[in-house]
Ligand binder design. Structure first.
Ligand SMILES: Nc1ncnc2c1ncn2[C@@H]1O[C@H](COP(=O)(O)OP(=O)(O)OP(=O)(O)O)[C@@H](O)[C@H]1O
Ligand SMILES: [Mg+2]
Length: 181
């Protein structure tokens, strides 16, 4: 995977597959600490213990019958290649928290890429989930709560389709401003 936005999409799709209604995506960039941290938190069904072990240790298992994909192991590897790592906390019936850290300036650190494209893809594909997005870059922050956004637009009597169109325009503009200022 070429950029972190695609990793985020993959991890958030796991959340949706797990029946999550709310997905929180936090990106924290701290240049003083030379740290990039990404969190993906959901209220889905949680990860089975067996899968959790396989996911965190995918290459040491001798079992070949296990059906575990590569989304989480690949992100873990990407982080470990950048003096970082991946942590998973999951509770059955409550949800899952994925926290991944990178050395911000590491030469092998993938760029963030089209994060807003990821957020919009999640919203466009799944009308029933709420996405709470937060990005902090040193002292500046950007926040987007799809639930809040939806209720504002509903008050304006906009339809679901135009919601995506408006979200697209609004978010891309504002997020670009955030990133470039
Ligand atoms: N947020 C989550 N909630 C519940 N289960 C999860 C979650 N994330 C991952 N899992 C479980 O862990 C497994 C491994 O996830 P991973 O993303 O590594 O692979 P995958 O989704 O199965 O396949 P791929 O991402 O390669 O298409 C999933 O199949 C699922 O069973
Ligand atoms: Mg996956």
């Amino acid at each position: 995977m070429d950029d972190l936005a695609l990793h985020i999409l993959d991890i958030a799709e796991n959340s949706i597959n797990a029946g999550a209604k709310n997905v929180t995506i936090n990106i924290i960039e701290d240049t003083k600490e030379d740290l990039l941290m990404i969190e993906i938190i959901d209220d889905g069904k949680g990860i089975e213990k067996e899968i959790l072990e396989a996911v965190t240790n995918p290459f040491v298992t001798s079992r070949t019958t296990r059906k575990v994909g590569l989304g989480l192991p690949l992100l873990k590897l990407a982080a470990e290649n950048c003096e970082g790592g991946l942590e998973i906390k999951s509770e059955k019936g409550k949800g899952t928290q994925i926290k991944v850290k990178f050395k911000h300036s590491h030469i092998d650190r993938q760029p963030l890429g089209d994060v807003m494209g990821t957020i919009l893809a999640l919203l466009a594909n799944e009308h029933n989930i709420n996405v709470n997005f937060f990005h902090r870059k040193d002292e500046r922050t950007f926040e987007f709560d799809s639930k809040e956004f939806k209720s504002i637009l509903e008050n304006l009597a906009l339809e679901e389709n135009s919601l995506i169109t408006v979200a697209n325009k609004y978010l891309k503009e504002n997020y670009n401003n955030f990133k470039t200022n």
